[in-house]
Design a protein around this ligand. Structure first.
Ligand SMILES: *[C@@H]1O[C@H](CO)[C@@H](O)[C@H](O)[C@H]1NC(C)=O
Ligand SMILES: *[C@@H]1O[C@H](CO)[C@@H](O)[C@H](O)[C@H]1NC(C)=O
Ligand SMILES: *[C@@H]1O[C@H](CO)[C@@H](O)[C@H](O)[C@H]1NC(C)=O
Length: 345
């Protein structure tokens, strides 16, 4: 009792001593400033349009894949400037939609592509992986994967001759694809990758990331994020169990996600029109958007800027509510939003 009183007084005094003279007493706790300020940096001019994934060039420009209705890779130049510029960088042959994109080398990216009969339903035997390289850019088909269901998130395997891990959201497996040879195999097939029968949208594994020697993925139907340890070649460690990292609280879905420098997870909730931040201690908070606003209507993917100028900017792609209209009726063209997390930490 006495010692806790002393501790309190000591904490109070210590607190008083370390408060810098310029600190304002009316300054609110950081998280009271949510949602984070955000702005639209690029928007298409047609609906329905569905942007799906983001990767970042060395110079900080964004590459964004379109899921529907065209197999376009968009380029956003100067995403943190006053006048970001949107253009089509490349359209993949013999496809009308793209999913994952992963950076495998200097200005080299791998994308998954397919011909879709309708939104989210690839024609049989139409899925392929392509490599896009250089400013031009040049495009090379890596391999057809006729047995694929709906390929979705993709992650590069760092530190070796390039390979990617690609999640199949309907078959519920992870493929490992050697980018040079096209050789591919299923390296993970566990219940935590599968769809939930009767569940909408009936997508299992969605976002796929490699972080600190683990493969992380989100499962849309299970509304949760999982991980498994992998070796330096991208193979799951033999015998290692799958861990549930987080179940999203109060969200109906989870799409792609990313990590910040502290290791917190930032997840797009798609039909919830929000970004949820999951701290390393497990606490979750909505940081961008709102279920009833178009701010990030159907947000599909998130990525932090990778230059010193924009490492505090979270870029967010959207699908404009075309599957789940905001308030039941509102849709808009897909867009790319920049949320500013500078004052968040
Ligand atoms: C996929 O299509 C190719 C030709 O484009 C064909 O050679 C191959 O047999 C097909 N595979 C399957 C599984 O249908
Ligand atoms: C978890 O960490 C966040 C960010 O540092 C903090 O705001 C929150 O209070 C912590 N939650 C718990 C239960 O400690
Ligand atoms: C959606 O409905 C809510 C509740 O009526 C309202 O506050 C909000 O402004 C609506 N959203 C839009 C984008 O109109």
């Amino acid at each position: 009792m006495l010692s806790s009183k002393i501790a309190q007084i000591f904490a109070l005094v210590a607190g008083l001593i370390i408060i810098p003279a310029h600190a304002s007493l009316t300054q609110r706790p950081k998280q009271a400033d949510l949602p984070l300020p955000s702005r639209v940096i690029a928007q298409l001019n047609e609906t329905p349009t569905f942007l799906e994934n983001i990767a970042i060039r060395e110079n900080g420009d964004l590459l964004v894949t379109m899921f529907w209705p065209s197999a376009n890779i968009y380029l956003v130049e100067g995403p943190y400037s006053n006048a970001p510029k949107l253009s089509i960088l490349h359209t993949i042959d013999n496809a009308n939609g793209l999913n994952g994109i992963a950076k495998t080398g200097l200005d080299t990216f791998v994308v998954s592509a397919a011909r879709f009969q309708d939104l989210g339903t690839p024609e049989p035997n139409s899925t392929a992986l392509w490599e896009i390289s250089g400013q031009g850019p040049s495009a090379r088909k890596i391999v057809d994967i006729p047995e694929a269901g709906l390929l979705n998130g993709m992650a590069a395997i760092p530190n070796i001759a390039p390979a990617v891990l690609s999640g199949d959201g309907t078959a519920g497996v992870i493929y490992r694809v050697d980018v040079t040879s096209g050789q591919h195999e299923v390296v993970l097939d566990v219940p935590e990758l599968k769809t939930v029968s009767g569940h909408t949208p009936n997508i299992g594994v969605n976002g796929v990331k490699v972080h600190d020697n683990y493969l992380y993925w989100s499962n849309t139907d299970l509304v949760a994020i999982y991980r498994v340890p992998i070796d330096s070649n991208g193979y799951p460690v033999s015998g290692a169990g799958v861990e549930k990292v987080a179940a999203l609280e109060g969200a109906a879905a989870v799409d792609d996600f990313t990590f910040d420098e502290q290791g917190n997870i930032w997840a797009a909730t798609d039909s919830d029109n929000t970004v949820v931040t999951i701290f390393t201690n497990g606490t979750q908070v909505v940081t961008v958007g709102s279920p009833t606003e178009l701010t990030i209507a159907s947000d599909t993917a998130v990525e932090f800027g990778q230059t010193p100028q924009d490492s505090h900017i979270l870029y967010i792609t959207t699908a404009g509510g075309i599957v789940n209209p905001v308030n039941g009726t509102l849709t808009e063209p897909a867009k790319i939003v920049a949320a500013d997390a500078r004052n968040f930490y």
